[in-house]
Ligand binder design. Structure first.
Ligand code: LLP
Length: 434
C-alpha cells in the first residue's frame, strides 16, 4: 500500500497506524485496507480512461458496503455478478443506475432484483437469459439496457495471449460461430430490451496490450456488422465497447505491470482507430478493473504461532512457519500457485534471512500462504507477518474451511483505523444451525 512505511523502531505503519496497535485492537488474521490507496487508484483509473463512469469497479475482487461507498464517492460505476453483490452494493447506497450486472447463470430472482432496483446495464450471456430478462423487464414495465457478452476467441494472461484458443468455456456468445450475431438479433427482437453495447473479457492479471487489441478489433468488427444489418437509426444507442477487466498488478518486487495511464492511452487509441477504420463513430470505451483497484492497497496481518524446522531431502532443512489463518482467507496460493511478498512487520531484525515456507492452520498440506520466503532466522511465535497485495480475491474467495471464522477487515487512513467488516464468531457459525 502507498501508506506503508517502516518506522525507526523497525515496526511497519499502515497509513500511520502501527501494525501492533492494529493487531491488539482488532486481532489477527486481519485485512488492513489503505483507504487512500484504494481511492487513489479509482481516481487514476478514471483519469486514465477519460471519465469515471466508464470505469466499472469489478466488485467480485472485494466488496463491502463501505467499499461501495468509496467507489460511489469517486464517481466510478460498479460491476456485480450476483444477487449478493447487488444487495451489498445497494446497502452501501450505491446508485443503481451505475451498476452493471454480470453472470452466466443469473436466476430469475436475481434478474428481478436487478431490474427492480433499476440497474443501468445487464450483460446477457445466453439465449435463455435473453428470454428470461425480457420477461422480467416486461413484468416490471421497463425497457432494460443490455450488453451482449461476446467470446472473442482470445485468452490472455500475464505474459502471453492465445488467439482462438478459448472458445471452449462457459461465458458469452461465440463470435466465430455466429452465435453472437444471433444473440444480437434476439435482443433486437425482444420487446423490453435495448442493446447499448458489446462486452468482452479476455482474462485477468494481464500485463500486455496485444490481447485487448485483438479483442477490440473483433468486437468493433461485430459492431460494424450490426450497424450494417440494423441501420444507423436502430443502433443509435449502441455505443459502448466494454473490454472487461484484467489489468495486472505486482504481487512481488519481480513483477512490473505497465502504468495504467500507458495502457489506457493505448486502448483508447486502438478503439478509436478500429472504429474509424470500420467507418463507425467512436464508441464509448468501458473497462472493468477489479484487482488493479482493490489489490495493491491491502495487507493481511498474521501472527506467527509455530516455527518448525523440517528436514527435506538429503539433510537440508526448510522452516515451516505456521500463521493463524491460511487457505480460508487466501486460497490463491493453493489454487493458482500465486506468489506473495511476506515480511516481518512488528519489529526490526538483524538476523540472517532463512528460507521459509509460510503455512496456515488448516488440515491439509496444500494450505500454503507463501511457498518460498526469506524471513529472519530469529522469527518467533508472537511476531507479526504482513502479506502484501491481498486486497483482491482473498476475502471475496474466503471460506469457513475447518469452521475457522473469517477475519475482520479494517480501513486505515490518516493515522486512524476503522472496522469495516467485523470478525466472524462462533455464534455466526451456530446461527446457521436449525
Ligand atoms: N469483468 C469481468 C466480466 C470479469 O469476469 C472479471 C474477473 C473482471 C471484470 C475483473 O477482472 P480483474 O480486473 O480483477 O482481473 N479469482 C481470480 C480472478 C478471477 C477473475 C474473474 N473475473 C484470482 O484470484 O486471480
Amino acid at each position: 500500500p502507498r501508506g506503508c512505511a517502516r518506522g525507526r523502531d523497525g515496526e511497519v505503519r499502515l497509513a500511520g497506524v502501527p501494525v501492533t496497535a492494529l493487531a491488539a485492537e482488532f486481532g489477527t488474521p486481519l485485512f488492513v485496507v489503505d483507504e487512500d490507496d484504494f481511492r487513489g487508484r479509482c481516481r487514476e483509473m478514471a483519469a486514465a480512461f477519460g471519465g469515471a463512469a466508464n470505469v466499472h469497479y469489478a466488485s467480485k475482487a472485494f466488496l463491502s458496503a463501505e467499499i461501495a461507498r468509496w467507489v460511489a464517492d469517486e464517481g466510478l460505476s460498479l460491476d456485480i455478478a450476483s444477487g449478493g453483490e447487488l444487495a451489498v452494493a445497494l446497502h452501501g447506497g450505491f446508485p443503481a443506475g451505475r451498476i452493471t450486472m454480470h453472470g452466466n447463470n443469473k436466476s430469475v430472482q436475481e434478474l428481478g432484483a436487478a431490474v427492480a432496483a433499476g440497474v443501468g446495464h445487464v450483460v446477457v450471456d445466453s439465449m435463455q437469459e435473453i428470454v428470461r430478462l425480457d420477461d422480467v423487464a416486461g413484468q416490471a414495465g421497463v425497457v432494460q439496457d443490455v450488453l451482449v457478452r461476446v467470446t472473442v476467441g482470445v485468452e490472455a494472461h500475464t505474459h502471453e495471449f492465445i488467439a482462438t484458443a478459448h472458445e471452449d468455456q462457459k461465458f458469452g456468445f461465440s463470435l466465430s460461430s455466429g452465435d453472437a450475431m444471433e444473440a444480437v438479433r434476439a435482443v433486437f427482437a425482444a420487446q423490453n430490451l435495448r442493446l447499448v453495447g458489446l462486452h468482452s473479457h479476455i482474462g485477468s492479471q494481464i500485463f500486455e496490450i496485444d490481447g485487448f487489441e485483438l479483442a477490440a478489433h473483433r468486437v468493433i468488427g461485430l459492431l460494424g456488422r450490426i450497424v450494417e444489418e440494423f441501420g444507423a437509426e436502430r443502433t443509435r444507442r449502441l455505443d459502448t465497447v466494454d473490454l472487461g477487466g484484467g489489468l495486472g498488478i505486482s504481487y512481488t518486487p519481480a513483477e512490473n505491470p505497465p502504468p495504467v495511464a500507458e495502457l489506457a492511452a493505448k486502448l483508447t487509441e486502438i478503439v478509436a482507430s478500429e472504429a474509424a477504420a470500420a467507418g463507425l463513430p467512436a464508441p464509448r470505451l468501458t473497462v472493468e478493473p477489479g484487482r488493479a483497484i482493490a489489490g495493491p492497497g491491502t495487507v493481511t496481518l498474521y501472527e506467527v504461532g509455530t516455527v518448525k524446522p523440517v528436514t527435506v531431502g538429503s539433510g537440508s532443512q526448510r522452516r515451516y512457519i505456521s500463521v493463524d489463518g491460511g487457505m480460508s482467507d487466501n486460497i490463491r496460493t493453493a489454487l493458482y500457485d500465486a506468489e506473495y511478498d511476506v515480511r516481518l512487520v512488528s519489529r526490526a531484525s538483524a538476523a540472517e534471512p532463512a528460507v521459509s515456507r509460510v503455512v496456515g492452520k488448516h488440515c491439509e498440506s496444500g494450505d500454503i500462504v507463501v511457498r518460498n520466503a526469506w524471513l529472519p532466522e530469529d522469527l518467533a511465535p508472537g511476531d507479526l507477518l504482513g502479506v502484501a497485495a491481498t486486497g483482491a480475491y482473498c476475502y471475496s474467495m474466503s471460506s469457513r474451511y475447518n469452521l475457522i471464522t473469517r477475519p475482520a477487515v479494517v480501513a486505515v487512513r490518516d493515522g486512524a483505523a476503522r472496522l469495516i467488516l467485523r470478525r466472524e464468531t462462533v455464534d455466526d457459525l451456530l446461527s446457521l444451525e436449525v
